[in-house]
Write a protein that binds this ligand. Structure first.
Ligand code: ATP
Length: 306
């Protein structure tokens, strides 16, 4: 897999604060990469360095195989970006704003460009938008408009800082579906978030930032791979220990964790001994548990799913 974003020893210092402290990001073609971290952990600073909006104190950034910020003019037209507080002209309509952004792009006939604008407005759920000025938009609508602007040039890579910020649950679901659809069609997506659940539902690859340091980076399926234990649900938890002598790793109410990754075998032994089994599953850690283990005591700074 080719690297779409690669950073090497990336550092940003503000006075004595190392806001980003030597991170090696590795985002590959086809990823939906979730860049997870608590408020203030350095996500926005990192995103800004990726895009050449902030210069690193040390280290290197490669975007689509080219050095940033040096190759920005060549690379950035292939990248759609949404950074904190999308800037729009408040007195103009959403369409007029997109038209202005599009005018700086590769061009094309008026009709092609108008069709392109309608297409991205539809994609982000703003298709029916009227002529009201952007200053009358809700935060969620502004966020959608920012995303529409990021999509105008059909980017190979989307870099999104907290893209669901300000959206209601339905809006969050819609944006998630849109990002997954774009990804299916070949767009690599890099998004920052402080929401574990969001990253767990959307991403294929995860990086966890903790006070400027990248404490974890891996495929989600590997991070949440089975542990080698089986979870048995039974109203007679107390009897499991006697039947599966020495294999019980823990009991929590009617859930018993048993060593061994063959639920059918565990089931057969319990049923043969007359222990009723209501459910069986391979044990997997949740992303929350994985993040907790990696970030230590500060993991509570990342918002857990509710
Ligand atoms: P949030 O989700 O709240 O935006 P974040 O993870 O994006 O958080 P950053 O905005 O990157 O975090 O900030 C990381 C740290 O760097 C914070 O302590 C912040 O106060 C500090 N910082 C960011 N920008 C500057 C700046 N221009 N000058 C001084 N300190 C800064």
């Amino acid at each position: 897999m080719s690297a779409v974003i690669r950073t090497t020893g990336l550092v940003k210092r503000y006075g004595r604060l190392r806001a980003v402290d030597g991170i090696d990001l590795d985002v590959r073609a086809g990823d939906v990469y979730g860049f997870l971290g608590a408020n203030g952990s350095g996500k926005t600073t990192t995103v800004r360095m990726l895009l050449g909006l902030v210069l690193p104190t040390a280290g290197e950034v490669e975007l689509l195989g080219e050095r940033m910020p040096r190759a920005g003019r060549r690379v950035l037209p292939r990248v759609g970006a949404l950074v904190e507080g999308p800037a729009h002209h408040g007195h103009l309509s959403g369409r007029a704003n997109l038209s202005l952004i599009d005018a700086a792009g590769p061009g094309g006939s008026g009709r092609t460009r108008r069709a392109r604008i309608e297409e991205v407005l539809d994609q982000v759920g703003l298709g029916g938008i009227d002529r009201r000025p952007v200053r009358a938009y809700s935060l969620g609508m502004r966020q959608r408009l920012g995303l529409a602007a990021a999509l105008l040039r059909r980017p190979e890579l989307l870099v999104l800082d907290e893209p669901t910020n300000g959206l209601d649950p339905q809006g969050i679901t819609e944006i998630r579906e849109l990002l997954l659809e774009l990804n299916r069609r070949g767009t690599t997506v890099f998004l920052s978030s402080h929401l574990l659940a969001e990253v767990e539902q959307l991403c294929t690859r995860v990086g966890v930032l903790d006070r400027g340091r990248l404490v974890l980076q891996d495929e989600l399926v590997r991070l949440t791979a089975p542990t080698g234990a089986t979870v048995v649900s039974t109203p007679e938890a107390g009897r499991v220990r006697a039947v599966l002598d020495g294999r019980v790793l823990g009991v929590d109410g009617d859930r018993v964790v048993v060593r061994g990754a063959d639920p059918a075998e565990v089931n057969a032994r319990l049923v043969a001994a007359g222990v009723p089994v209501s459910a069986l599953a391979l044990q997997r850690p949740t992303l929350e548990e994985v993040v907790l283990a990696a970030a230590g005591t500060s993991a509570d700074r990342v918002e857990a799913p509710r």
